[in-house]
Design a protein around this ligand. Structure first.
Ligand code: CAA
Length: 266
């Protein structure tokens, strides 16, 4: 099914495609875009579709209103006991893994509250750009639970275990500048420039060979879970795949001929 067809079926997510970039906007502003089942299901469907659609080469995720995503839906989780809580975590983890493993670059443009599952959603993206209004945090222990949409695993891997433990144990909210300081975000911009900045960065990325970007993403993501020797083995294998592409022939020929490369993503 095409992105257009899928997008008409979504409840809490809006999707547009321009310049080969899908802009995925979480659109449940009354609840600060909290992730209920409908929203998670929308994300699942749209990321399946984006994975299959060759006309989309990069993705930007953002939120409508003053929230990016203010977490998992607390109202929905209120009645959950152990088994339901585990199932909910499993569902979100499966979808966030899909985002993390998509062989296309994904940028989160964090416009506002990115708390709990919202911070975790941004962590499943390759790059985070924050507006000056963005606020990050993992407040789960204040609700009697732990981050379980990937936060206990991805946050320490990104910013180190000391700061991650401080944020997870205290539940403290962190504004954009501090998020930049601890390496949680790549860049901070004024709110009105957020989407433009994310698009510009994505356009810079997409000037390069898409298959090579996908292979680099696999090597980085999987390599982070391996010891260095196995990671370097994987790097050689992904390099071998990149050397097999038409884009490698074009990229190197264009360099020698002193002209810009025209990649076909083949
Ligand atoms: N779930 C459900 N509803 C939420 C929500 C959430 N995570 N966050 C906000 N909302 C709702 C509020 O209940 C409120 O709805 P009503 O208007 O119907 O009362 C609406 O969104 C607006 O929120 P506030 O009135 O609270 O707005 P505010 O500006 O005063 O405060 C806020 C903003 C600090 C983000 C506050 O809403 C808040 O603390 N939200 C909860 C954040 C949180 O704890 N997230 C973690 C959830 S657990 C999780 O994500 C876990 C995980 O790994 C399982």
């Amino acid at each position: 099914m095409s992105i257009l067809e899928i997008s008409s079926q979504l409840i809490n997510v809006l999707v547009t495609v321009e310049d080969e970039i899908a802009l995925v906007k979480i659109n449940r502003p009354k609840a600060l875009n909290a992730l209920n089942n409908d929203t998670l299901s929308d994300l699942n469907k749209i990321f399946d579709c984006i994975a299959e659609d060759d006309s989309v080469r990069g993705v930007i995720i953002t939120g409508e209103g003053k929230g990016f995503v203010a977490g998992a839906d607390i109202v929905q989780m209120q009645g959950y006991k152990s088994i339901e809580g585990r199932k909910y975590a499993a569902l979100a983890q499966m979808i966030f893994n899909k985002i993390e493993n998509l062989e296309k670059p994904v940028i989160s443009a964090v416009n506002g509250y990115a708390l709990g599952g919202g911070c975790e959603l941004s962590l499943s993206c390759d790059i985070r750009i924050a507006s000056t209004k963005a606020v990050f945090g993992q407040p789960e222990v204040g609700l009697g639970v732990i981050p379980c949409f990937g936060g206990t695993q991805r946050l320490p891997r990104l910013i180190g275990s000391g700061i991650a433990k401080e944020l997870i144990y205290t539940g403290r909210q962190v504004k954009a500048e501090e998020a930049l300081y601890v390496g949680l975000v790549n860049k901070v911009v004024e709110p009105e420039l957020l989407i433009e900045e994310a698009k510009n960065m994505m356009k810079t990325i997409l000037k390069n060979a898409s298959l090579a970007i996908g292979f680099a993403k696999v090597a980085i993501n999987r390599g982070l879970e391996m010891d260095i020797d196995n990671g370097l083995e994987l790097e050689k294998d992904m390099a071998a795949l990149s050397f097999a592409t038409d884009d490698k022939d074009e990229g190197m020929r264009a360099f020698v001929e002193k002209r810009p490369a025209v990649f076909k993503n083949k």
